[in-house]
Ligand binder design. Sequence first.
Ligand code: ADP
Length: 192
Amino acid sequence: MHSSPKVLRIALGERILVIAGPGDITREQADAIVNAANSSLLGGGGVDGAIHRAGGPEILEACKQIVARIGRLPAGQAVATPAGLLSARYVIHTVGPIWSGGNRGEAETLASCHRESIRIADESQLTSIAFPAISTGAYGYPVDQASRIAVSSAAAALEKATHVREIRFVLFDSPTWGHYANAARALGKPEE
Ligand code: ADP
């Protein structure tokens, strides 16, 4: 069954957190979309594959240049490339933690993915950034836990940001949207 897209908006002072889905992040018009990449930066499955397919070869070329300069990208860090054919201006690639039970710093690494991506967007003077549900696919992070970390770390970074005004989570399926929406409702009252 196909479920219709839902949007939850939570105002945080002058800034806004949006939880949208089911949706395809490659179609987002935000200044930057975030890719749940792997450390090789050479593309993969899931949202990573979708971004490279829709964005064309310019993104992979830019990733290869970054790898030539810095080597593999450690989990929790982020880098920006142009967005090729996508509507977004930039893709910010970050590497989420691989779930291995929860006692290997996964939560801190996942929070860092959000902080670092927002820091890069803010340093580039961008106003909007869209995230997928990092680590909840192939990397196996339980989505109820991932949603709480993702939303709280993104909201904390949004409050400190100078330029970033809107953070959107674009979730691929309804159950994932439900988890992120619940996590966001804990931060504030949704707008009508
Ligand atoms: P990871 O390796 O970090 O777990 P995945 O790409 O396997 O990354 O999954 C992360 C999330 O991205 C999952 O919820 C998956 O359903 C979702 N996803 C896959 N394709 C898209 C897309 N085009 N837009 C938004 N989310 C997507």
